[in-house]
Design a protein around this ligand. Structure first.
Ligand SMILES: Cc1cc2nc3c(=O)[nH]c(=O)nc-3n(C[C@H](O)[C@H](O)[C@H](O)COP(=O)(O)OP(=O)(O)OC[C@H]3O[C@@H](n4cnc5c(N)ncnc54)[C@H](O)[C@@H]3O)c2cc1C
Length: 500
């Protein structure tokens, strides 16, 4: 938040960025022969300047984020390709935009003026599975679900499961510290990264973090790269911690007359010591949009719904179920039902994963606009956040639907609007900002898992205090002195001269 923690610690090292602000460097003009020379040093066919192909790879899933101006696309096939691109970029001061599967929703993988799009999707192999140490080493482009499928025969699991599990890459997951549905029990991507191999801005290839369970040799640079959104270097290999295959869960579904009682149930259940392996919230608008999208058999009359799973041993699972039912009923649940049939559980989770296509269908029928937010809150603040959303709905007249990885307070309000109507579009953008402001006022963060990218760059300095902003810029400057790594994104509005 905009507090002053650490703001008085103005060491000269931290002040340095004020004197040397990281501006996005003016890209030098690159002539075709230099590009041809780079292409010749890369894997055959890795580089293209075909404008249609470059344009087709120049954006992720976010709205309102510019993506024009890239001069080339490199589909790297090896670490050498990545290092070669970075050496070229440093020598010629060319911006580079790292890309995984481009499923991001903050514009982080979008092209920018004069940039090379450096896509690592082709580097998608499992390098090694170490069953004894429960580790896997992968290239960055592997899709999360493909990794899960690869590990299943070993009886091992890589838990992080973003809603985009079938779309997004492990490199992108690491670069955004992706969360997901099971994080309430199993943690986020950060909790599974043992070691990273990265290519720095000047082409240096280095390994960050030991593969051992513990390690405190030097500063923890590996964690700096997790969630760095392509602004510090390119992740070219990762060694990840695994767990034994996750057991089949028991599933409970509770419906409520309104949103507040559903969210109060989450807060009370977690405060009472509940340990769910999944706890998802859907409001009435989301249920209605899902029912419009497919035959999921969801209660169309409910004001909100919780899906809760638990995967402890049978005795503990049963008592957690009973505790959940008791808390839900005390909060005013309309109905609570259980199932221990894995098919029922899978169907419910599959329905939850269909929420974004259902939203897209609704948006398509109502003018095409959807802004998806990502405010993470203390769980106890979620009912009040819900009141704030109701105020915004009344004031703006816009549809705002809410789903949440509620067990860890991570809400995803979606604002729908007619994208062909300039006034309504402006209103939706304002509401999008108001949602983040409400999150900050309630002790939350503007992004729980989607990242800053371009979409939220104006807001980072609202959340970080002056000291934190100076540290962020000092780190960025140390690792990317020319400002060539993903310029114009995360740090673009952080204040080098921020003062307490
Ligand atoms: C339907 C849907 C559901 C989603 N659900 C979730 C969810 O539940 N939880 C969640 O956290 N996110 C979710 N997302 C957002 C998105 O999928 C994640 O942010 C994901 O981690 C992005 O991975 P990617 O491979 O697509 O990365 P990209 O979109 O290609 O890139 C994302 C960022 O990482 C950087 N980057 C990518 N690869 C590298 C690399 N190898 N080295 C350095 N930087 C790199 C890029 O520059 C960019 O800044 C969802 C998206 C969609 C479309």
């Amino acid at each position: 938040m905009t507090g002053d923690q650490g703001a008085s610690e103005q060491s000269s090292a931290l002040r340095q960025p004020a004197e040397q602000p990281i501006a996005a460097q003016q890209p030098a003009t690159i002539d075709q022969s230099a590009i041809d020379g780079l292409a010749a040093r890369l894997s055959p066919g890795a580089l293209t300047t075909d404008p249609d192909i470059v344009a087709a790879h120049a954006r992720d899933e976010a709205l309102f984020c510019p993506h024009e101006g890239a001069i080339a696309l490199v589909r790297a096939a090896s670490v050498d390709d990545v290092a070669e691109v970075m050496r070229f970029a440093t020598a010629n001061r060319v911006p580079v935009v790292p890309q995984g599967a481009r499923s991001g929703i903050s514009g982080g993988a979008n092209g920018s003026q004069g940039a090379i799009l450096l896509n690592v999707s082709r580097m998608n192999q499992v390098v090694a599975v170490n069953e004894a140490e429960r580790l896997v080493t992968v290239q960055p482009g592997i899709i999360n679900q493909d990794l899960k499928n690869h590990l299943a025969p070993y009886g091992l699991s890589y838990p992080p499961d973003p809603g985009s599990v079938a779309l997004s890459s492990i490199g992108g997951n690491i670069a955004t510290n992706a969360g997901g549905l099971c994080c309430v029990k199993y943690g986020v991507t950060r909790d599974y990264v043992r070691s990273l191999r990265v290519v720095l801005a000047d082409g240096t290839v280095t390994t960050l973090g030991p593969q051992t369970a513990k390690g405190v040799a030097g500063l923890d640079l590996r964690h700096l790269f997790i969630g760095s959104e392509g602004t510090l270097g390119i992740i070219v290999e990762a060694t990840l911690r695994l767990v034994p295959a996750l057991p089949d869960p028991l599933t409970a579904v509770a419906t409520f007359p309104d949103e507040r009682t559903g969210l109060q149930t989450v807060a009370d259940f977690m405060a009472a010591g509940g340990v769910p392996s999944l706890l998802e919230f859907l409001d009435a608008s989301s249920l209605s949009m899902l029912n419009e999208f497919g035959d999921f058999g969801l209660d169309a009359e409910a004001g909100s719904m919780l899906i809760m799973q638990v995967d402890e041993n049978p005795f503990d699972s049963q008592s957690t179920m009973e505790m959940f039912a008791e808390v839900a009923q005390r909060c005013g649940a309309l109905d609570v039902a259980y199932s221990d049939d894995p098919a029922d559980s899978a169907a419910l989770v599959a329905a939850r994963r269909m929420i974004q296509p259902a939203y897209e269908r609704f948006a398509h029928a109502h003018g095409g606009g959807q802004l998806l937010d990502d405010v993470c809150l203390p769980r106890m603040a979620m009912p009040e956040f819900c009141d704030r959303l109701n105020e915004l709905r009344s004031r703006s007249g816009l549809t705002i639907a809410l789903v949440a990885h509620a067990g860890d307070g991570n809400t995803h309000p979606s604002v729908f609007f007619d994208a062909s109507d300039a006034d309504e579009t402006a209103k939706a953008q304002e509401v999008f900002g108001d949602i983040m402001r409400a999150g900050l006022e309630l002790g939350g963060t503007i992004t729980g898992e989607h990242g800053i990218g371009y979409l939220k760059r104006e807001w980072l300095s609202e959340e970080l205090d002056a000291g934190a902003q100076r540290i962020q810029l000092a780190v960025k400057t140390a690792l990317d002195p020319l400002g060539i790594l993903n310029p114009g994104k995360m740090f673009a509005r952080v204040q080098p001269s921020a003062r307490p």
